[in-house]
Design a protein around this ligand. Structure first.
Ligand code: AMP
Ligand code: MG
Length: 347
């Protein structure tokens, strides 16, 4: 299959009638799959009501079939097609954070969405992305669109159209190239089927921001206890991994530098993931700056691009600094832990 790349300027008016957006919307209606920019990462979209389209998403990504997809909508009214009841806390969260990087789990109506998209669960994950190209495409095709991140399963999520092409060229109908995404980590997934909302995956909206709107918010036990079974099926998989083994390092820059030197003495090429503040402290084969510690959102924005760059740099081992677990740091650390398979070296 020839994968088309359609460049679209997200700042122009009337995006719904942009010829590339129209082409992509037509392909979605024909049950083909296309990649689209969102404010978090690029998504791989397909008609959520059609098994054939959803099967193409799983096949292109090589995604395990027990991992359900997030359904993307352009307006709140679309929800009533596949959700009967919107609990009050969900309504408050939708009003506060949609469009935006917050996915809400609802009980779903039977018989509307593809069972593949929801992995046979009685619930459904839904979000409204805050990106003009995504919203224009969703409006134009008029369908609920299932869209996981547009990477090969297990790889770092794509934050620009080039990453999508690196992973999925020849496997999908096309990619709408709307430039680099902003938030850089995926949406926060919050289960609103319980009286107190539960975070199943940390992401672009922080726990603190959720609590400011709805009061108490819990965190799925699996996020703090490795042994617990996660309620979001996808959270059990290793994810986001660069090709070389990645180790998180807790300690001083001098300690991390000593680890680098030890591996270099063994003849290995060593990569380091650091920040603007600490870059001067390391001498390694590849030192990559992933944003600024003083502004953690810049670390989130750069994280997946940085992990992908290590693959191009042919390193044998990667050491990463760690980050505070508050605000968006919670999502950053969750992704780093997955990328590292939880390997942590403490001084
Ligand atoms: P991705 O599409 O790669 O951003 O991942 C979506 C995340 O949402 C995965 O961790 C899924 O397991 C999770 N998810 C999707 N639908 C549900 C659902 N109905 N219940 C719980 N988690 C879900
Ligand atoms: Mg993903």
């Amino acid at each position: 299959m020839n994968t088309l790349v359609w460049k679209v300027d997200k700042y122009v008016d009337n995006l719904e009638n942009n010829p590339h957006v129209v082409d992509a919307a037509n392909l979605l209606r024909e049950n083909e799959v296309v990649a689209l920019p969102t404010e978090t990462v690029y998504g791989l979209g397909g008609n959520a009501e059609n098994d054939e389209a959803v099967a193409k998403i799983f096949a292109a990504k090589g995604r395990p079939v027990d991992n359900p997809l997030i359904i993307h909508i352009a307006d709140k009214e679309q929800l009533s097609r596949f959700v009967d009841e919107v609990p009050l806390v969900a309504k408050k969260l939708m009003d506060a954070f949609w469009p935006g990087p917050l996915t809400i789990i609802f009980k779903r109506k039977a018989g509307v969405l593809s069972e593949l998209a929801t992995a046979g669960l009685e619930t459904v994950a839904v979000r409204m992305p805050d990106h003009p190209v995504a919203l224009a495409l969703l409006k134009k095709c008029g369908l609920p669109i299932a869209a996981p991140s547009a990477n090969s399963s297990g790889k770092p999520s794509p934050t620009n159209a080039g990453h999508v092409i690196d992973d999925l060229n020849g496997k999908i109908a096309g990619v709408l190239d709307g430039g680099a995404t902003g938030v850089g980590v995926e949406s926060t997934v919050v289960d609103c089927t319980e009286p107190v909302p539960v975070i199943l995956r940390p992401g672009g909206v922080t726990k603190e921001e959720l609590e400011a709107v709805v009061g108490e918010v819990r965190v799925d036990a699996a996020l703090t206890n490795e042994g617990a079974k996660p309620k979001a099926p996808g959270m059990k998989y290793r994810h986001y991994a660069p090709n070389a083994p990645l180790f998180m390092v807790s300690g001083t820059t001098a300690f991390l530098q000593s680890l680098i030197e030890e591996k270099q003495r063994e003849g290995l090429r060593v990569g380091v993931l650091t920040t603007e503040e600490n870059v001067g402290a390391y001498h390694a084969d590849l030192v990559l700056v992933c944003g600024k510690r003083a502004a953690l959102e810049t670390v989130a924005t750069a994280l997946y691009e940085t992990l992908r760059q290590f693959n191009k740099g042919n390193v044998d081992i990667i050491y990463s600094e760690i980050f505070p677990n508050t605000g968006v740091g919670y999502a950053i650390m969750n992704r780093l832990q997955k990328a590292a398979g939880n390997k942590l070296i403490t001084e």
